[in-house]
Design a protein around this ligand. Structure first.
Ligand code: GLN
Length: 502
């Protein structure tokens, strides 16, 4: 066991599960430790929107008594966790970090939350995020930005920035995030933790508040790939309430038991275009070193041309914004959340007031972009074109996966930015999604895992973590996480972040 700094919360999720099963830790004791750790990161990191102490302690008592009677529902039974605030939780506010959902408390749990509870996981709170999951920094939250626990002057990435920060700060060993265009992988990369975006359809979206429905997936952020696999085996599976959910079961044992041998004969492709001139030198160097290590361990690593990649960002922003414009039209201040009804307003005026006051700038920008792309005169020029690019990308990935088992890229072209740096330059922020959005457009699984650190700042700031991305073929989640676990069995980048910073 690693037993790093941070008390119980310094252990991985699987280690904590083992401590619970061997009676070396009590479930209530762990829940309390997580609640305390979460509270102590409070104002500085601001990873949580809601802490649910009573709920967590109640669940902890229930799970402990299940375990005492010999019923161990999963490897993660009794382990504390936290959930991004766009995933519905019965009786616990779910805000999407937006004012428009002020005061909204769902009457049902998301499928992922039901599954987590069924597996004996203990949810201690709801995590900060970019408003409606639109953003890459967690600065668009109505609850204030989350800060990167490794350097408080920097953002944690986004939109699941609260999830990555909570795991990196050792408030919880794992968290559930969501990923529409990179929101699990990019913050995992910025905070030095591991995140997995499942194949589209592998995890039910029932109860996930929709952003871009054809792209959204719930998935884990954790300390390493093994923990991500243990969470995936809980989350994956068919759900009749989500028409796109697939009959897919995830077996975590080959990932948990993976060692360097799992890399022997693995065919890994490296797209030339992913290492273009724009890429930060230290990121290029660290990711290519990781590729060399894979090769040394018996993988066959090969460069290949993937020219379609460069069309992914514009296509993604058209499709995601178009779907958001449709999904978010339900927030009229009447059916959900706080309205702006005043006597004397027409219905249209009341809705316009509620939306103007309730949505932040970035959400409004996306809604305008989406409605424009869908409008009669421009539908073919933009939305249909974007769908054609999506189909082309899928074809190009299919072709690549005839030759490769995984495709390796950086997760993001930069490390964590300073707070405030990208807020006034949305276009630059969108371009930061260049490596992650192709995966969502093609519906594929991908993990981000730490592979080194950037050079320290000229002004003395710490060198921030660098993440690399393993992309797999559809429903090849196990291959992706097995390769990641194998890499982590011979490296320790995934253990270094917070220890180095504190
Ligand atoms: N940064 C991307 C966006 O703003 C991805 C967000 C996400 O995956 N939810 O749309």
């Amino acid at each position: 066991m690693s037993g790093l700094s941070g008390g119980f919360m310094g252990y991985s999720a699987l280690e904590l599960g083992a401590l619970v099963q061997s009676r070396k830790a009590g479930v209530e004791e762990l829940a309390r430790a997580a609640l305390e750790a979460a509270a102590s990161t409070g104002d500085s990191v601001n990873a949580f929107i809601t802490l649910c102490e009573d709920y967590a302690m109640g669940q902890a008592r229930l799970v402990q008594s299940r375990i005492d009677s010999g019923d161990i529902p999963s490897r993660l039974a009794g382990v504390p966790a936290a959930v991004k605030d766009n995933i519905s939780t019965r009786g616990i506010p779910t805000t999407c970090a937006s004012r428009i959902l002020d005061g909204y408390t769902p009457m049902f749990d998301a499928n992922a939350v039901e599954r987590l509870r069924g597996a004996g996981g203990i949810m201690i709170g709801k995590l900060n995020m970019d408003e409606f999951a639109m953003g890459s920094t967690t600065e668009t939250s109505a609850y204030g930005p989350t800060r990167n626990p490794l350097d408080l002057s920097r953002c944690p990435g986004g939109s699941s920035g609260g999830a990555a920060a909570a795991v990196a700060a050792r408030a919880v060993p794992f968290a559930l995030g969501s990923d529409t265009g990179g929101s699990i992988r990019q913050p995992a990369s910025f905070c030095g933790v591991t995140g997995h975006k499942p194949t589209y359809g592998a995890v039910s979206r029932w109860g996930l508040i929709a952003y871009g429905s054809s792209l959204d997936q719930i998935g884990p952020i954790a300390r390493d790939a093994r923990d991500c696999a243990a969470v995936m085996s809980i989350l994956a599976g068919e759900d009749k309430r989500d028409g796109t959910s697939a009959a897919f079961e995830f077996d975590d044992s080959t990932v948990i038991n993976a060692d360097a041998d799992a890399l022997k004969g693995l065919r890994a492709g490296i797209p030339d275009e992913a290492f273009d001139a724009g890429l930060d030198q230290s990121i290029r160097a660290r990711v290519l070193e990781a590729a060399d290590l894979l090769e040394d361990l018996g993988a066959k690593v090969e460069r290949f041309a993937f020219p379609t990649l460069r069309y992914a960002v514009p296509a993604y922003y058209i499709i995601a914004s178009a779907e958001a414009a449709s999904n978010l039209s339900r927030y009229d201040g009447i059916r959900y959340g706080r309205g702006a009804a005043e006597p004397g307003l027409t219905l249209e005026e009341a809705i316009a007031r509620a939306r103007s006051a309730g949505f932040g700038r970035e959400v409004k920008r996306r809604l305008m972009l989406g409605n424009f792309a869908l409008s009669a005169g421009y539908y073919d020029a933009y939305y249909n074109k974007a769908l054609q690019v999506k189909a082309m990308l899928r074809g190009a990935f299919d072709e690549a996966f005839e030759r490769f088992d995984i495709i390796l890229t950086p997760t993001a072209p930069t490390t964590a930015m300073k707070l405030g740096e990208s807020l006034n330059d949305p276009l630059a922020m969108y371009l930061g999604d260049v490596y992650t959005v192709p995966v969502n457009l093609a519906g594929l699984p991908a993990a981000s895992l730490p592979c080194g650190f950037a050079e320290p700042d000229a002004d003395g700031g710490a060198g921030m973590p660098i993440g690399m991305q393993f992309i797999g073929r559809a429903f090849g989640d196990e291959t992706v996480l097995r390769a990641a676990a194998a890499y982590q069995s011979v490296t320790d980048w995934h253990r270094r972040g917070y220890d180095a910073a504190i």
